[in-house]
Design a protein around this ligand. Sequence first.
Ligand SMILES: [Zn+2]
Ligand SMILES: [Zn+2]
Length: 124
Amino acid sequence: MEKAEKSKVCRTCGADVTEAGRWKNLQDEYYCEACFAKRPKKEDPQGLKRCSWCGAKVPRQKCHKNRHGEYICRRCGDAGHKESRVRTLKKKIRPAGKWVLYAVGAVVVIAVAYKVFGMLAGRM
Ligand SMILES: [Zn+2]
Ligand SMILES: [Zn+2]
């Protein structure tokens, strides 16, 4: 018979997880399934970060943290995405919104001018 494996215990509750379903974090610490599910969400055992663009979970070393504190995976970074979709969209909308305002303004000016000229023409 093989030498007994060093028993693995849950870091939180101390339960023996040698046989049971267990989770291991980066520090080689074990958690039973119940404690793993209850653990603070911030503590990601695999140290994975969520890409702000595509939502993929990638290891920290495989993603880039931009100046907004958002993580962008290498694949998205290579595709030219530097920020989350929301930020990118806002940047695109802002100049577009300005042009829409200009267009609306121009239409109003033309309409008013047309009316004024119409009135003038009617008086003549
Ligand atoms: Zn536990
Ligand atoms: Zn991505």
